[in-house]
Ligand binder design. Structure first.
Ligand SMILES: [Zn+2]
Length: 376
């Protein structure tokens, strides 16, 4: 329910797409692919590997169909072409690309773009080491073994050495110059990702676009494996609104979560989860299908308490209390910052808009008048 926040600047977006293509092209037989495609025209332009990998979301389906039509009557040749696009052969490179772009802040990996419940993020085991000497003194044997060219025997020698006295530099007497160099060249930065890449257009029916940038959605395990694996989107006029990688994705902007109160209740006397119901809006764009595929209503029933927490806070801090806080701080902290500190910056900040449950909290904040209060 969160739109993928690719750079909005055209030059930065093109640079990201070029980085994607550069990251992968070496692993493809590019000349063979481009030769097989000679004569395959999409929108008046000759298709090639780059155009397939970096096509916008809205072009993907038509490109896939153009390729199928181009090879019609020649199944063997089509099969030969498809064999160049085995997702497993590129998995490692694709993950690295998303991690690198996350580090550059071009793609914000934070929560699953489909459900906005689970965290998806990067982590780095080695980031806790200050420098190489610190690494030699504190790393586990498994970690020492990750240095290319350092054998199990050498890592045991390193551990034995540091038991006697802390290692002070990289030139250890029991190591050859070659091995010292290997440690010197070893990169301490080694980020990994906790996410899966879902194919919006499933791999088995759309193999030729299975490695295309905008067909890949960083998502949590349940969304990818359990829910979407069991039911895929119907391809049609609503498809453009359904993928977080699409420029036309609407679920992020439109209200998804509705708030209904138990009879006799109003915003000022809600006390607990039994006083409210979450409802789900059904607009024209096929949201119902999205919510059904990812089992959103059932998965969010547990998170209803987040909506209640927000309402209770809203009761505690009416506008008059916030005015009072602002006065007591003698304008040293502006009203917006006070509101963010009290209610959570994910309600107001673009930068933290991808926090878990941010979509639910934002929709509830709009309905109870909290967002209006901030803007007043
Ligand atoms: Zn998810």
């Amino acid at each position: 329910m969160i739109k993928m926040n690719f750079p909005t600047d055209i030059i930065a977006r093109k640079a990201l797409e070029q980085h994607f293509y550069n990251s992968l092209r070496g692993a493809f037989e590019e000349t063979a692919i481009n030769n097989l495609l000679i004569g395959a025209i999409y929108n008046g332009i000759q298709l090639d590997l780059k155009s397939i990998l970096t096509a916008s979301f809205d072009e993907l389906f038509n490109i896939s169909e153009t390729i199928k039509t181009f090879f019609i009557g020649n199944i063997a040749r089509y099969q030969d072409f498809c064999n160049h696009f085995n997702y497993d052969d590129f998995r490692h490179l694709l993950y690295n690309f998303f991690i690198e772009e996350d580090i550059k802040n071009n793609i914000d990996l934070c929560t699953c773009y489909y459900c906005n419940i689970d965290f998806i993020n990067t982590y780095d085991n080695r980031a806790t080491y200050i420098n190489k000497v610190d690494f030699l003194n504190r790393a586990s044997q498994d970690e020492l073994n990750q240095i290319p060219g350092i054998s199990n025997k050498t890592s045991v020698l390193i551990i034995n050495q540091r038991v006697i006295s802390p290692i002070k530099d990289l030139s250890l007497s029991f190591m050859t110059e070659g091995k010292s160099k290997k440690i010197l060249n070893f990169k301490l930065q080694h980020p990994k990702g906790i996410f899966t890449l879902d194919h919006f257009f499933p791999q088995h029916s759309f193999k030729t676009i299975s490695i295309s940038l905008y067909n890949l959605i960083p998502s949590c395990g349940p969304c990818n494996s359990r829910f979407k694996h069991a039911a895929n989107f119907q391809i049609g006029k609503n498809t453009t609104y359904m993928s977080p990688s699409s420029n036309n994705y609407v679920l992020g902007e439109f209200q998804v979560f509705g708030l209904l109160l138990r009879p006799g209740k109003n915003i000022s006397n809600v006390k607990n989860v039994n006083d409210i119901y979450l409802t789900y809006e059904d607009y024209l764009f096929g949201q119902e299908e999205f919510l059904e595929i990812f089992n959103i209503p059932a998965r969010y029933s547990f998170h209803k308490k987040e909506a209640v927490k927000l309402i209770l806070k809203f009761q505690r801090y009416p506008q008059s209390n916030i005015d009072e806080i602002e006065r007591s701080l003698k304008k040293s902290v502006d009203r917006k910052t006070i509101m963010k500190d009290l209610f959570g910056s994910d309600l107001f900040d673009e930068i933290s808009s991808n926090q878990p449950l941010a979509k639910l909290r934002r929709d509830i904040a709009n309905q109870i008048g909290l967002t209006e209060q901030l803007n007043s």
